[in-house]
Design a protein around this ligand. Structure first.
Ligand code: HEM
Length: 226
């Protein structure tokens, strides 16, 4: 398969993966809107009340989270970077701000929302929210210093962490259907830790497999081919 074809397939797969969490975010936003107009349904078991109690934080999570997952695949697409470098820079700024909002809101939600199962999931969400913030700040620092190779590595780390709520749903939703909520909820904290850890390992694998910058070649030229 040639590299152009592969890069469009990766773009499509990442957008499709992101669409899973974007769909969940849209459903949650519509439910919040409905509840604010007509009240929370008596039979609600989805924790709608705490999303409304902390509506600003929830909106700060769901809307920028969707933007983060929408822009990410384009930012890592070689053809897109080569064809529209100015757009890549502008999208990059939006991506970083959106990612920081996701990280800070995830951290706040982990602390403020009632504990879903036990504090293991709370610690996980707080830790990975913080990791997202740190990766984005380090990535930004490197791009300001002109170290594009290091910038790219930290952006990959940030993206794989932010992509976890999407990839997690790929296997958790079928598990819910097959095994039922009663069996899945108790192991939810372990699933959260497992999903984030696997994503981080995938990110490290991608970084290690990427071609190393060659001495004497400008970093910008190198990463354009990454
Ligand atoms: C570091 C990354 C992230 C962490 C640690 C995180 C953590 C959290 C936490 C703690 C909640 C509240 C769970 C609850 O008690 O109901 C939540 C909800 C949610 N998050 Fe994230 N999140 C992250 C990134 C994202 C991204 C990028 C999206 C993309 C849109 C997203 C979509 C959602 C959705 C849709 C919900 C609502 C779930 C529902 O409807 O039950 N999250 N997240």
């Amino acid at each position: 398969m040639n590299s152009t074809r592969r890069s469009w397939i990766v773009l499509f797969l990442l957008l499709s993966l992101g669409a899973i969490a974007i769909t969940s975010a849209t459903i949650r936003l519509l439910a919040m809107n409905d509840a604010s107009l007509h009240g929370i349904p008596a039979n609600d078991e989805t924790g709608l009340q705490h999303y409304l109690d902390y509506s600003v934080i929830s909106l700060m999570h769901l809307i920028p989270g969707s933007l983060f997952l929408l822009l990410g695949p384009f930012q890592f697409n070689k053809r897109f970077r080569q064809r529209a470098p100015a757009l890549h820079r502008n999208f990059g700024k939006i991506f970083i701000v959106a990612g920081l909002m996701v990280g800070f809101s995830a951290l706040s939600m982990a602390i403020l929302f009632p504990v879903i199962v036990n504090s293991f999931s709370t610690i996980g969400n707080a830790l990975f929210g913080t990791a997202l913030i740190l990766c984005l700040l380090v990535a930004y620092r490197f791009v300001r210093q002109g170290n594009i190779a290091a910038h790219r590595q930290w952006m990959i780390r940030a993206y794989v962490i932010g992509l976890t709520p999407a990839s997690m749903r790929v296997f958790i939703l079928p598990l819910f259907v097959i095994l039922g909520e009663d069996k899945i909820m108790p192991i939810m904290p372990a699933l959260i830790w497992f999903s984030f850890s696997v994503q981080i390992l995938i990110g490290e694998f991608i970084i290690r497999r990427s071609p190393k910058p060659r001495p004497g070649v400008s970093q910008t030229a190198n990463t354009a081919n990454a």
